[in-house]
Write a new protein. Structure first.
Length: 121
């Protein structure tokens, strides 16, 4: 499935839209691993928007950001994340709000392991 992420960087006056890498499963069949891929892709897109010359494969730590799952007016839900770099919104995804919230919480809880010194944030 293909989705995009809208990115707003602090200090910028406009947002940009970037595609997210496709996932094999539909959102209703997502696992914690799938959601970790979505969040990692969102954070990587933000980093590349801010630092286009950075290594596109440098490690991403899934911690240190605020997130929320919100209903989308045309159906489905979106994931919104915010950190000091800016904000990003991806979706809409065809999955129940409570289920996606539970999956994201599982990803965030698993990410509480101290990151390497090479991570973006």
């Amino acid at each position: 499935m293909e989705f995009s992420v809208d990115i707003w960087l602090r200090g910028e006056v406009h947002a940009t839209t970037s595609p997210l890498p496709p996932l094999a499963r539909a959102p209703r069949a997502w696992t914690v691993g799938d959601v970790a891929e979505v969040l990692t892709s969102m954070l990587r897109a933000m980093d590349l928007a801010k630092n286009p010359d950075a290594d596109p494969e440098r490690p991403i730590a899934l911690r240190g950001f605020s997130w929320i799952v919100s209903p989308f007016e045309a159906g489905g839900v979106v994931i919104a994340i915010e950190l000091s770099l800016g904000a990003a919104v991806a979706g809409p995804f065809d999955i129940a709000e409570g289920e996606l919230t539970r999956l994201i919480q599982g990803v965030v809880d698993a990410g509480r392991v101290p990151p390497s010194a090479q991570t973006v944030h």
